[in-house]
Design a protein around this ligand. Structure first.
Ligand code: FE
Ligand code: FE
Length: 190
C-alpha cells in the first residue's frame, strides 16, 4: 500500500464531504416537514438551499483539480441522519420534538464545521487559493446555521419545558449582578 500524501488526504476528505452534503440535500426536507415551529421549518428550508450551494462549490473544486467528486461514503453522516430518523419515531410533548430536531441538526453542523475547517486549512497549505476561499464560504454558512439553531432553540427549549408565556422576564434589572444569558439582551441599555 502506498502512503497517502496530504493532497490525497485532502481529496479523500473532500469526497467524504461531497457524499455528506448530498445526503443532507435529501435529509433536510424531511427535517423541515417534521418541524413544528415555523421559524425552525424555514430555517431548515433555508439551509437546504445553502446546502445545494455547498454541493456546487465542491463540484467546482473537483473540476478545477480535474478529479471526480464521487467514490466515498460518509459513514458519519449516514449515522447522524439515522439517529435523527430514529428520534423522529418517538412520540413527543409539544415543543420537545423541535428540541430533538435541533439537537440532531446541530450534531450535523458541528461535524461539517470540523470537516470544512480541516480541508480549508489543507487547501491553503497546498496552494489551492480558490478552493480555500470556497471552503471558507461554506464553513461560514455552517457556523451561521449552528448559531441560528442555538438562537431558535432558546424559545423552543422554554416551550419544551412547558413554561411558555410571561416567565423569565428580568424584573429588577437596574443593577442586577445576574449574569445575562449569552447572545441575547445585550442590545438596548436605555
Ligand atoms: Fe453543508
Ligand atoms: Fe450544514
Amino acid at each position: 500500500m502506498s502512503k497517502l500524501s496530504l493532497r490525497e488526504l485532502y481529496l479523500d476528505e473532500l469526497r467524504d464531504l461531497y457524499d455528506a452534503e448530498n445526503r443532507l440535500v435529501k435529509a433536510l426536507p424531511k427535517l423541515a416537514k417534521e418541524a413544528e415551529s415555523q421559524e425552525l421549518r424555514s430555517g431548515f428550508e433555508e439551509h437546504l438551499e445553502q446546502t445545494k450551494g455547498h454541493v456546487e462549490r465542491l463540484q467546482e473544486i473537483f473540476e478545477a483539480m480535474g478529479e471526480k467528486p464521487s467514490g466515498k461514503r460518509c459513514a458519519a453522516m449516514v449515522g447522524l441522519i439515522q439517529e435523527g430518523d430514529e428520534m423522529m419515531d418517538e412520540d413527543f410533548e409539544t415543543g420537545v420534538k423541535d428540541a430533538a430536531l435541533i439537537s440532531a441538526a446541530q450534531r450535523v453542523e458541528h461535524y461539517e464545521i470540523a470537516a470544512y475547517g480541516c480541508v480549508k486549512t489543507w487547501a491553503g497549505l497546498l496552494g489551492e487559493k480558490e478552493a480555500q476561499d470556497l471552503l471558507q464560504q461554506t464553513l461560514n454558512e455552517e457556523k451561521e446555521t449552528d448559531e441560528k439553531l442555538t438562537e431558535i432553540s432558546e424559545a423552543i427549549n422554554t416551550d419544551a419545558m412547558g413554561s411558555v408565556s410571561g416567565k423569565s422576564t428580568v424584573q429588577d434589572e437596574d443593577q442586577s449582578e445576574v449574569p445575562r444569558p449569552r447572545g441575547k439582551s445585550r442590545s438596548a441599555k436605555a
